[in-house]
Design a protein around this ligand. Structure first.
Ligand code: ADP
Ligand code: MG
Length: 641
């Protein structure tokens, strides 16, 4: 092949999803277009980090001694902005792979998010970031020229106008790294303005750990004094580059933490809490952790995207290390830097390092401690934390026996004695218990409104005993692992063998005669058959006609609700149906069985009582099944005139 034929550009089509994304970006009236620069600098910084890491073990790279840096060159005349770096670079295949498809998970979520109703582009970009393609918000034309760090690779240029295809051409670049040349759109010429670039870098990329140079060409009077113009270049570093986590906390201002958090996570909201932890023994560690203010920043749905940024002696070892915190703290963001980790090891070895375990234990203890102080000092803010991240704490209580005791203090509940916006701790509950109450009672259910109506609460209401409302799917998992609090056992109120304090037995009105009641029980057993394990009189119901209780040996009952959500072939568990002998409906039904045993309303009412009880337990397999029967009962209740 001759040089000339090799220079003919190869034209390639973008994948469909890229075209869709480009279309949205190019035609958006997005007000914060400046974030394209954040995205490109963050890519450069990633490439530089990878280069630094590579050079720990491999010295056979192109331009071994080249400074690791990013350079912005702004040319006002031609409205061309160039962003270059001395990072790992890309060969031809990598250019196609990385810039022709959507590898970036954020961009995929972006596409989904943008389709969702009610979300503005600003919000979606703020949450997910869109990566490289965001450049087309400001560019007419983009050329990416890259020389990989691998000596055997060739330099290539990638060129696109943001339409349906891009072109590849061999390039003459000899120095290592990537150079992105942007021909700005006419309305985007602010981005060749030096002070504007500096302002954007300060806002979004100040803490990038490599120097970001700004190179400006300016027209200056020539020195010969004849009014001639000459262009001159100035070059200076415009980012701070401080490793904030290595500074003493006394010297860091709150606003710096917030700014750092935003630059680290691309979150547009302030964090709820920051934790700056410096230790030298037993392990050397500089760490800066953040609790975001919201759970859903696209993070928790993309399970692959959690973990802390791990540095060893200022060199980035891993972007998202998951060993540094227990899994249930996966909502925590931040940076950990330790001198006690070996540098020239593979990332896999880092994971099995004993110092990592030390760090993990120190970090989680500190997080728990900080959350406790927050709860004491600022209950309102803690409530915000709890609403967003409470389920993770519950997961921790269930899954980490070693930390269970300290995590329990962080738990909050609604209860039969709290107002809907009030949170109760286990300590408060224990404090309010009367002297003859031995257990801590809870009811499991779908949501606060429905558990508040639970027939299980009849007795507890009548006797002024507090019951905790456990309404998160994970609660059943938690209670199956958390059996007691300060010597008092936690007790589900649906337990058939509940040992209740000797109080006045709660009863409402006259009871139906024993023989009539027995006949009714026989009829209910015949109708429900195998679907219940027993039918019997309740000792606890007051206002409700019926309820389902769990047989005493039903060890997994707290897990039934979560299993119903997760298992396709979930079988409705068999329980004991209890009837209230003093309830009007039960009395009338017993009466009807006695005097008009063939009446079709009897069996329908029994079925519906059972369906209601299942519904209240949150385990009805198919509520729509009830509609036909309810209509029939309504017709019977409203006879024609
Ligand atoms: P993300 O950074 O989340 O992976 P981007 O769309 O920003 O997504 O970038 C896509 C990919 O292109 C990157 O993962 C990287 O492999 C490659 N890339 C982008 N910019 C550079 C660069 N300056 N140097 C080396 N590779 C780059
Ligand atoms: Mg990126």
């Amino acid at each position: 092949m001759t040089q000339a034929t090799a220079q003919v550009p190869e034209s390639l089509e973008y994948r469909t999803e890229v075209r869709q994304l480009l279309d949205i970006l190019a035609h958006s009236l997005y007000t914060e277009r400046e974030i394209f620069l954040r995205e490109l600098i963050s890519n450069s910084s990633d490439a530089l980090n990878r280069m630094q890491f590579e050079m720990l073990t491999n010295s056979d790279v192109v331009d071994h001694d080249l400074e690791l840096a990013v350079t912005l060159r702004a040319d006002r005349e031609s409205k061309i902005l160039t962003i270059s770096d001395s990072g790992v670079g890309m060969n031809k295949e990598e250019l196609v792979q990385n810039l022709g498809t959507i590898a970036h998970s954020g961009a995929r979520s972006f596409l989904q998010g943008a389709k969702e109703q009610g979300k503005t582009l600003d919000e979606v970009i703020g949450q997910f970031g869109v990566g490289f393609y965001s450049v087309f918000m400001v560019a007419q034309e983009v050329t990416v020229t890259s020389r990989s760090h691998r000596p055997e690779d060739q330099a290539w240029s990638w060129h696109s106008t943001g339409e349906s295809s891009y072109e590849l051409t061999p390039a003459g670049k000899t120095s290592r790294g990537t150079e992105i040349t942007i021909k700005l759109k006419d309305d985007a010429d602010e981005f060749v303005n030096g002070w504007r670039l500096e302002q954007i870098v300060k806002k979004h990329s100040d803490y990038v750990s490599f120097p970001i140079y700004l190179l400006e060409t300016k027209e200056v009077d020539s020195e010969d004094g004849e009014g001639e113009k000459e262009s001159a270049e100035s070059r200076r570093v415009i980012n701070k580059r401080t490793a904030l986590w290595r500074q003493s906390p006394q010297g860091v201002e709150a606003a710096q933490y917030t700014e750092f958090y935003k630059q680290l996570t691309f979150d547009f909201e302030d964090p709820l809490l920051h934790i700056h932890l410096i230790t030298d023994a037993p392990v050397n560690m500089r760490s800066l952790l953040f609790i975001p203010s919201r759970r859903n920043r696209g993070l928790m749905s993309a399970q692959s995207e959690h973990g802390l940024r791990l540095y060893s002696r200022k060199i980035l070892i891993q972007n998202r290390n998951r060993e540094l915190l227990p899994d249930y703290f996966r909502f925590v963001e931040g940076v950990v830097d330790s001198e006690d980790l070996p540098l020239n090891v593979s990332r896999e070895v880092v994971q099995s390092n004993p110092n990592i375990r030390q760090i993990r234990s120190a970090l989680s203890k500190r997080i728990i401690r900080e959350l406790k102080s927050l709860a004491d000092a600022d209950p309102e803010k803690y409530a915000k934390f709890w609403e967003q991240f409470g389920i993770f704490v519950k997961e921790g209580v269930a899954s980490d026996p070693a930390s269970q005791e300290s995590l329990v203090a962080l738990l909050r509940f609604h209860s039969s004695k709290s107002s809907p916006d009030e949170w109760v701790t286990l300590a408060q509950y224990a404090e309010r218990m009367s002297s003859d109450q031995e257990q801590i009672y809870y009811v499991l259910g779908e949501d606060v409104k429905s558990v508040a109506r639970s027939p299980h609460l009849d007795y507890f209401r009548a006797n002024d005993i507090e019951v905790l409302y456990l309404v998160d799917p994970i609660d059943g998992y938690m209670t199956s692992m958390l059996r007691e609090y300060e010597g008092k056992s936690l007790q589900n109120v649906d337990d058939a063998g509940l040992k209740l304090p000797e109080k006045e037995t709660a009863e409402s009105g006259e009871k139906v005669a024993q023989s009539d009641f027995d006949a009714l029980v026989g009829r209910v057993k015949a109708v429900l058959g195998e679907r219940v394990t027993d039918v019997r009189e309740s000792k606890q119901l007051v206002n409700n006609p019926a309820r389902l209780v769990s047989p005493e040996n039903e060890f997994d009952r707290d897990l039934q609700r979560i299993r119903r959500l997760m298992e396709q072939d979930f079988q409705t568990p068999k329980k004991i149906l209890e009837l209230n002998r003093g309830h009007g409906l039960v009395k009338n039904l017993a009466d009807l069985v006695q005097h008009d045993g063939e009446n079709r309303l009897i069996d329908a009412t029994i079925e519906q009582l059972f369906a209601n009880a299942l519904l209240m337990e949150g385990i009805h397999p198919n509520p729509a099944e009830m509609v036909e029967r309810i209509q029939m009962l309504m017709e019977a209740a409203i006879p024609g005139a």
